[in-house]
Design a protein around this ligand. Structure first.
Ligand code: AVJ
Length: 328
């Protein structure tokens, strides 16, 4: 296998770990070492992300919650119809923000099914039992996995519309060039009449952005470190967490918020199950996440490139965040 010369026998691994193994080895073999942020979300990582959403420094969730709380009726009126629809929540997590709309939708006696979709099975199972208690009358069809693998399982009964939610600036994890590809791929699951609600974190004071990814309580650092812990646990690795530093930096031109794990010394790490050895030099960085920030003009360009029609734009009073309703 040319692409993954260091993966000796990943076929011995459970199926869901094979992709993880490939991505880890491929990323750590690159000249500029990288790990994909999609692997943050094991049970521990999902819990840590819930904590992040409550942090004073992490303004994103508060801003989007404000939008949903004060403008829920306008948002719902923008996509609600007499026709039945699936409300698909991409990367639903604990769905705290979506629930604000779900409650109103249930009051309106709308004919819809809630389809939470998440890469974390743990988060999804917890959401499912929580919804059974909090909103017992809500029809729920949870889907676990990668966005597109899970979307492929999505059924469309005739006459059923799809309304896709992609909230919380989840879209920010893609570089601009990939967003276009992502939106095009997403549109392959959609038809005329379907709609999209996407949450974008807006460009703002760069210090505020940086602080959101390097919070005073160190929860974001723990979230980043958890990726190494997960790799140790999954592949019998010996990453020594104390030999790494969390570092986060914002580029106000590209709008890219980057997070790294930086090796504080020369070290060798072994992932026993993968027969993989990694050498890190002192102060060498492993890139672990990019979270892009957008201007409203950039959002319009993306929409035009993906052939989406902007219907409504909702922002919070600080203009920190935007939820945009598009139609296909
Ligand atoms: C879940 C991808 C929206 O990028 O802001 C939070 C993840 N990373 N703190 C983000 C995250 C560090 C978050 N998203």
């Amino acid at each position: 296998n040319d692409l993954y010369p260091n993966v000796v026998n990943i076929t011995n691994l459970p199926f869901e770990q094979q992709q993880f193994a490939q991505d880890v080895v491929q990323g750590l073999t690159k000249k500029q070492k990288t790990l994909s942020s999609k692997y943050f979300y094991d049970a521990t990582g999902s819990k840590l992300f819930q904590k992040i959403m409550d942090l004073p420094d992490y303004y994103l969730t508060r801003a989007e919650t404000e939008i949903f709380t004060y403008q829920k009726e306008e948002i719902i009126s923008g996509f609600c119809s007499a026709q039945p629809f699936n409300l698909v929540d991409l990367g639903a997590g604990d769905a705290t923000k979506t629930k604000i709309l779900l409650r109103s939708l249930l009051q309106r006696q709308t004919n819809f099914t809630f389809v939470p979709l998440d890469i974390s099975l743990d988060a999804l199972q917890e959401l499912q039992s929580n919804l059974a208690l909090e909103l017992p009358q809500l029809p729920v069809v949870p889907l676990a996995g990668d966005y597109f693998k899970a979307l492929a399982q999505l059924k469309r009964e005739s006459g059923m519309r799809q309304v896709i939610f992609f909230l919380g600036s989840n879209i920010g994890n893609f570089p601009f060039a990939e967003i276009k590809i992502f939106l095009k791929k997403l549109c392959q699951f959609l038809q005329a009449g379907d709609q999209l609600v996407i949450g974008f974190d807006l460009k703002k004071d760069p210090r505020l952005i940086r602080q959101a990814y390097d919070d005073a309580e160190g929860i974001t650092a723990a979230f980043n470190f958890n990726l190494l812990r997960r790799i140790n646990e999954t592949f019998t690795g010996n990453f020594e967490l104390n030999n790494f530093q969390h570092f986060a930096e914002y580029n106000p031109i590209s709008g890219e918020m980057r997070s790294y794990l930086i090796s504080t010394q020369d070290q060798e790490v072994t992932l026993q199950d993968l027969d993989f050895t990694l050498n890190l030099q002192a102060w060498e960085a492993i890139h672990t996440e990019s979270s892009y920030k957008f201007s409203e003009a950039e959002i319009q360009v993306l929409a035009a490139e993906a052939d989406l029609k902007t219907q409504l734009i909702f922002t919070d009073k600080n203009h920190y965040f935007a939820d945009v309703l598009f139609s296909v």
